[in-house]
Write a protein that binds this ligand. Sequence first.
Ligand code: FAD
Length: 468
Amino acid sequence: MKKPIIIWFRRDLRIADHSALCAAVATGRPVIPVFICDPMMDALGAAPKWRFGLGVEHFAKTLAALGSRLILRRGEPLTVLRDLIRETDADAVYWSRAYDTDGIARDRAVKAGLQNDGIDAQSHMGHVLFEPWTVANKSGGYFKVYTPFWKTVRGRHLDACLPAPRTIPAPDVWPNSEAIDDWQLGQGMQRGRDVVSRYVCVGETNAQGRLDTFLDHAIGTYEHNRDFPEKPATSRLSENFAYGEISPRMVWHAAYGAMQKGAQGGEHFLKELVWREYAYHLMYHFPALADQNWRSEWDAFHWLPDNENAERWRRGMTGEPMVDAAMRELYATGTMHNRMRMIAASYLTKHLRTDWRVGRDWFAQCLIDWDPAANAMGWQWVAGCGPDASPYFRIFNPATQGEKFDKSQSYRKRFLFDENSAEQRAFFAAIPKSWGITSGTPYPNPLVSLADGRIAALEAYRAMRGRS
Ligand code: FAD
């Protein structure tokens, strides 16, 4: 009797280009796919936790179509895996490597525990193109600036994608599985669940469809159009990357192929894809990226803690239309266009001088594409305290940004001023009643004048430089 191999799935909910799954199937031994709702999953914000659950449910169906199953368990991973090993007589556990700080710590402890039990615990290449430790500068350190990082990796050889297995060998007897509904992953979404569900795109096949649409219609003009929130100009794949529903290598090869056939925006797109790699590179080498200023001189900056103005920011009621439209896009759809993320984050950290971690936390609650590394890097970049950051004195002016990137105001109308738009209705259907806002609530005056906010921010910055 061949002993089974357990595959512990996490943020890698796919069958194509999956190193750990391919390695297990290649042994010819029975494979037991497992997903564990662990404390890291419990700690997720409302929207990503709920969206993760949708991905798990969908993935269970994908596995079932291959004659397999996804066994669901809740608890501490090492305890759960030990229970499963006992129940199934498995002697090996494979998984895809995680590259975020908490994921690495969890996996190290699990690996040590299993190896101590004599189990073959194997981690395989995970959801990146280049594992963080494989990219180094000339002195062997990590890259503190993006462009040389990009120049180092852009010409690297990437192996071909691994094909999806046609079948997955099943064990004679399956262990028990919990029911995902019992995990109540959507509990924190309250009224938002039905609303945001209109905007999600779940699973491997849908992710592949998104990629195809992008390659067919948008990659050619990507560089020129990607900053305009009303244009369907970007891939929207961040949602699928967050749960591993598509592999970055597959996307890289597809975009690279399009570029070679003449797609103008191809190189720029690959460059953006590599920003995701860079985020993991930074987090791996500076594990406190999500919590601490990367530039320590910023510890002397007088950020305001969470405050009433920040609450108005969260609710899309600052009186600054570009910012409010962005915040409403976030709440109603679970995502936000990249340019709008920069504008909204700049307004919070500069015009409102509020600690970037307040914004980080709200994004972590609301984004269905929440990613621990990209979110942390994005906030530190905008706030000015991160590596290769936008300098603090570069303060986005939401009004001029609007003139440039939403000239016709159609984005602002859709999320803010057209009460018949689907997005407006979605926003008011999703927000908690306790916010006390309805479509009839008058739009507020600006919290601060853009000029005064800018001057105060620059003064605070100068004061920090005097202190540090
Ligand atoms: P495309 O333009 O199609 O780009 C393709 C892929 O490249 C994206 O899917 C993404 O994986 C990667 N990418 C593009 N831009 C960036 C970037 N600036 N940083 C890292 N990766 C990038 N991205 C997340 O995935 N999760 C987050 O939690 C997140 N939080 C952010 C917070 C702030 C304050 C800022 C400024 C940016 C944040 N980003 C985050 C990065 C970026 O906004 C999104 O990746 C992008 O909007 C996703 O849209 P898309 O898939 O259409 O991107």
